[in-house]
Ligand binder design. Structure first.
Ligand code: SF4
Length: 181
């Protein structure tokens, strides 16, 4: 049976495949001990959602578990507006929209639609500057690219030689532990 892929792991994989190892290593560890400031801010943002501090609107479902049997994906969705059929992923600050952020919302979209929720819009909300990024619903070509990434994830072998991207390493929270840095 194929293993489930956590949506959060998929994010790390898209940033750098090697970071998956560290992601798993720290999975059960106290988060604040190793997270840099941006990650801590992210955690606080999500705790607000966890604690239902975001909104009391009956049209908003917050931070709930999602699953796709088709893609073996598991994770959580930040916010789903039931009236607007919109998924909103919140980020602390977005200075540039990266592919992994888009794929994170795609993953939520695939899970929710498979769970029979109707989804018409995808958005990413950059909190610090209050900007909203509209993400188009994935078309056939985007779906194929997404599926290719899932395939690469499953086939990735960390024991094989790996060429790090120094620019990514500089921003990586695992850099002090990584032998590729
Ligand atoms: S330090 Fe570089 S190679 Fe290592 S996990 Fe981070 S981004 Fe990847």
């Amino acid at each position: 049976m194929e293993q489930n892929i956590r949506i959060s792991s998929l994010n790390d994989f898209l940033f750098c495949p090697k970071s998956i190892y560290f992601h798993n290593l720290y999975e059960d560890y106290e988060r604040q001990v190793y997270q840099d400031t941006p990650q801590v801010k992210w955690t606080i943002n999500h705790e607000n959602i966890d604690n239902k501090q975001y909104s009391t609107s009956k049209n908003i479902l917050q931070w709930f578990g999602i699953y796709s049997e088709k893609y073996n994906l598991v994770g959580k969705v930040d916010i789903y507006q039931t009236d607007k059929k919109t998924i909103i992923e919140r980020k602390t600050k977005i200075s540039k929209l990266y592919q992994w952020q888009i794929y994170q919302v795609y993953a939520q979209y695939f899970c929710l639609t498979e769970m029979w929720y109707e989804v018409k819009k995808l958005k990413i909300h950059s909190l610090s500057d209050n900007k909203i990024y509209d993400i188009p619903i994935p078309n056939k070509e985007e779906i194929e690219k997404f599926e290719k990434v899932l395939d690469e994830f499953r086939k990735f072998d960390p024991s094989k030689p790996f060429e790090a991207n120094p620019e990514k390493c500089k921003k990586c929270i695992y850099r002090e532990l990584c032998d590729s840095y």
